[in-house]
Design a protein around this ligand. Structure first.
Ligand code: ADP
Ligand code: MG
Length: 370
């Protein structure tokens, strides 16, 4: 008999997990209202909040691909009994202030931040600080949405009107001139913690554009692993995945944010790692064996975003890049929307970077971002 996994959310993280699990005799259901999503092109077991009980009954275990889950769903005790990595990380991730407060309380290093009760206070604090800052909405933010970068007093004045009329809470962070950004993805099953290969991540306007498996010092790798493992324990996660995004500046490594799930920066593992982050998730929540998956080759990924139509011509150009592998999520194109990604593999890091640049130029020929 097949194993049955329920995923809250039907986007690409669910979709890629389904593709990975299908070859291992795992059946899936997703809970989503959207038909314009990857999972709905792959499976028929689509449930909505109205059929939540059926979704729970179908599933041996349940996980989630995002954290902005309707709190009503989390009142279902039968669902909570099957849910990994649990409800605590969701509560923290639904509010950036709670997440940052938690990290501070347990002495995880973050950039200095300030809490504000509404937009007016955010404006006042930002004016007084006279520093370079990022003002972040506390909920529903992703891919740089709801974030306002303040380098000069002019930048602040431009959003003054918006801020002082806003009753929302905001998180203010000091702007960090990091050397680079990395992320580390870990899987846990009770006492065993394993790590995916680490990547360097390049964002443009707050959104991940590409990443690659770089050469990291042992010191950075060990520091990042120690932080992720302590965070897994502090969050009391027993089974599942935790991704942590870091800023690295000289010898210091700051947590930017965490995500209790598979992550965009782990997509490369589908092609360059002994087993992927999606398989790691399934192994972790289904009590299957875990070991540290090594890199088979160097690799990386470029996101396909925005108003891009995948016609045969574009496909041909991408496929001409040796080692490039296309993943298209079958969503409708929209400004800023992630529609797919291209993984590349290469014998060494320099070659990987060259291939990433080629793919990036194919996808974004008129934008000076690659
Ligand atoms: P999201 O939830 O949208 O991923 P993040 O808080 O991770 O939001 O911010 C997106 C990106 O914006 C980061 O990966 C980083 O490149 C940049 N960023 C965020 N906070 C800061 C900061 N305090 N200083 C400098 N850059 C930042
Ligand atoms: Mg982020």
């Amino acid at each position: 008999m097949s194993i049955k996994v329920g995923i809250i959310g039907g986007g690409q993280l669910a979709g890629l997990t389904i593709l990975e699990g299908a070859s291992k005799n795992i059946d899936f259901a997703v809970l989503t209202d959207s038909r314009d999503s990857m999972a709905s092109h792959l499976i028929n077991n689509i449930y909505t909040e109205d059929s939540l009980d059926e979704f729970v009954a179908f599933s041996d275990v349940i996980t989630y691909e995002f954290e902005h889950i309707n709190p009503k769903i989390l009142e279902n005790n039968k669902l909570l009994d099957k849910l990994y990595p649990g409800v605590k990380p969701i509560e923290l991730k639904q509010n950036r202030l709670k997440e940052k407060r938690f990290l501070k309380e347990y002495n995880f290093m973050t950039v200095p931040f300030y809490e504000t009760k509404d937009g007016k206070e955010a404006y006042e604090i930002a004016s007084e600080l006279k520093k370079e800052l990022i003002i972040k909405s506390i909920s529903n933010g992703y891919d740089g949405k709801g974030q306002y970068v303040i380098h000069t007093s002019d930048d602040l004045e431009k959003i003054k009107e918006f801020l002082i009329n806003s009753k929302d809470e905001f998180l203010i962070e000091e702007f960090c001139y990091f050397d680079f950004e990395i992320s580390l993805i870990a899987g846990i099953n009770n006492d065993i913690i394993v790590y995916m290969p680490m990547t360097k991540n390049i964002h443009k306007n707050g959104v991940l554009l590409y990443n690659f498996t770089d050469d990291f010092s042992m010191e950075i790798q060990e520091k990042a692993k120690a932080i992720v493992s302590r965070l897994l324990k502090t969050l009391n996660i027993k089974k599942g995945i935790l991704t942590v995004e870091f800023f690295v500046k000289a010898k210091d490594i700051y947590i930017n944010e965490f995500a209790p799930r598979v992550h965009n920066t782990g997509h490369h593992t589908l092609d360059d790692t002994e087993y992927s982050q999606f398989e790691l998730l399934l192994r972790a929540i289904l009590d299957l064996p875990l070991y540290h998956p090594s890199l088979k080759t160097q690799g990386g990924m470029v996101n396909i975003m925005g108003n891009i139509q995948l016609d045969k011509d574009l496909m041909k150009h991408i496929m001409l890049v040796e080692g490039a592998k296309l993943y298209w999520y079958r969503k409708s194109p929209r400004e800023g929307r992630k529609l797919g990604h291209v993984n590349i593999t290469a014998k060494n890091i320099d070659f990987a970077k060259t291939k990433i640049k080629s793919v990036c130029k194919i996808l974004y020929p008129h934008q000076n971002i690659c």
